[in-house]
Design a protein around this ligand. Structure first.
Ligand SMILES: [Fe+2]
Ligand SMILES: [Fe+2]
Length: 271
């Protein structure tokens, strides 16, 4: 196994936050240095249930989560912690797509190592910011909604690309500008500055979802738009919620016809 895939695997299967980040960064540096990322043909793939997470935060059903109202210190703390949790899961998600799906061009692995490294940066920015609220990552219970989508799509790369970067991460493009507005009204420039960094980086992550879904669909003789909406129908019963941020989604590769179809689904669901 090349050192790159070795690092990806060890990062994915470590329950230590520090090790996960350290190994992710090494994998990214290897990929940035232009090393060849050729994997061994017989590299064994462990089931997704074997992926490890830190013992804290405690995982609870969404209804038991603390309120995240931005107006109070406690609410702000929960809000920042919730985003840190999303970012930590996003590190594991990017590692998992590079680990689980074999036989793709080297650029595929390079792109997802780049994303995993971005997610480490986002996570650390938020952890640092949490200190101002006397809080550390793990102090507040969280839920595993994000990871459950990785589990559901573990055997199907087209589903993974449709549902993780192009649905879950794309949702961040829709909702973050509204959060930024609220933070600016509150004159919370520090939190807003972090969310601005995250938002800009996430456009690229969604764009990679578009790029690789296109690539895989072409290889299978099918079309991205068809496959994307089949997966939205299959995994979400077509229940996708807007409003959608058209300019940011366009930058991330959504076509006018995809945006129009998303709007139709949103209208159908909210009727
Ligand atoms: Fe992120
Ligand atoms: Fe991301």
């Amino acid at each position: 196994m090349s050192e790159f895939f070795d690092c990806i695997e060890k990062a994915l299967f470590s329950s230590s936050i520090e090790k996960t980040i350290e190994l992710t960064r090494v994998a990214f540096q290897i990929s940035e240095n232009g090393a060849s990322l050729v994997e061994k043909q017989d590299r064994a793939i462990a089931p997704i249930s074997a992926v490890k997470f830190p013992v804290k935060p405690l995982c609870v059903p969404p209804r038991e989560l603390p309120k995240r109202r931005l107006g109070t210190d406690a609410g702000k703390r929960s809000f920042i912690h919730a985003i840190a949790h999303i970012e930590f899961n996003a590190i594991k998600l990017a590692l998992d797509i590079a680990y689980r799906f074999k036989g793709l061009p080297e650029e595929f692995y390079r792109d997802w190592a780049y994303v995993a490294n971005d997610e480490c940066k986002h996570f650390l920015l938020l952890c640092d910011h949490l200190k101002h609220y006397d809080c550390a990552y793990g102090d507040i219970p969280s839920h595993d909604g994000l990871w459950s989508m990785a589990v559901k799509t573990q055997g199907d790369l087209m589903a993974r690309l449709s549902l993780v970067p192009r649905y879950l991460e794309a949702r961040g493009l829709d909702v973050t500008p509204g959060m930024l507005e609220k933070l600016k009204v509150q004159k919370d420039a520090a939190t807003a500055a972090i969310l601005e960094v995250i938002l800009e980086d996430e456009v690229t992550h969604v764009e990679y979802g578009t790029k690789w879904l296109d690539f895989v669909c072409k290889g299978e003789g099918t079309y991205r738009e068809k496959v994307f909406f089949e997966n939205i129908e299959h995994f979400l019963k077509g229940q996708i919620l807007g409003p959608f941020n058209h300019p940011l989604r366009r930058r991330a590769g959504f076509t006018e016809s995809e945006l129009a179809q998303l709007e139709r689904l949103d209208n159908r669901y909210s009727r």
